[in-house]
Design a protein. Structure first.
Length: 202
């Protein structure tokens, strides 16, 4: 791709480093910003710089926060006896958007993956065990991806939590709402049958 300006080329190169953005999209975004009032571009640059410099991670659950303690951990409306363990901050956002969960969270920061050189010591596992040892937690919900790495991490966590006596559950895995059986993969369909529940009738 030929650029009329080295400045545009540099901007496109940096923007295209973002996930899911190719060179053409990056060029479109760069040209869009170029057309805007400079106040708009400065506000964008300032917000990104402030995010990078000032964002913090909750001392309890490792969720992103503006302060030492995130709004979820700080809230008195949350059920402090339940902790949902997730891989990533994006998982917290996804679960929160359902408005179905009122407990706390614990962000591991990844999953165990020997291929990528990620072992248990790279994850926020010890702080989870510390939270459990304080005696307030009665249930841990493992909400990790249904992958080999996710299952390995869940298995490891179960072993580490075995002596604590807390109830360990996992999110249900099955057919999505509106999904048709013939288009469902065999692993998901098999797990749906194995983890079947009673059909509630009113």
């Amino acid at each position: 791709m030929n650029f009329p300006s080295k400045l545009i080329e540099d901007a496109v190169t940096e923007i295209s480093r973002l996930p899911g953005i190719g060179k053409k999209t990056a060029l479109r975004l760069a040209l869009h910003l170029l057309k805007q009032n400079e106040v708009v571009t400065e506000a964008l640059a300032l917000s990104l710089t402030r995010m990078r410099d000032e964002i913090r991670y909750c001392k309890h659950c490792h969720n992103i926060s503006d302060q030492e303690e995130c709004s979820i951990c700080k809230s008195h409306r949350r059920d402090r006896a339940i902790i949902c363990v997730v891989e990533d901050i994006r998982d917290v956002l996804a679960i929160e958007n359902t408005n179905q969960y009122q407990g706390l969270y614990h962000v591991l920061g990844g999953v165990i993956s020997p291929i990528q050189g990620i072992g248990p010591e790279e994850l926020k596992i010890e702080t989870l065990l510390d939270r459990i040892s304080q005696g307030e937690v009665s249930e841990i919900i493992l909400a990790l991806s249904a992958t080999m790495e996710g299952d390995t991490t869940s298995f490891y966590l179960c072993k580490r939590m075995k002596e604590s006596g807390v109830k360990v559950s996992t999110i249900a895995r099955g057919i999505p709402v509106g999904g048709e059986l013939e288009f469902t993969d065999e692993v998901t369909l098999g797990r749906s049958i194995l983890t079947r529940i009673n059909y509630a009738q009113d």
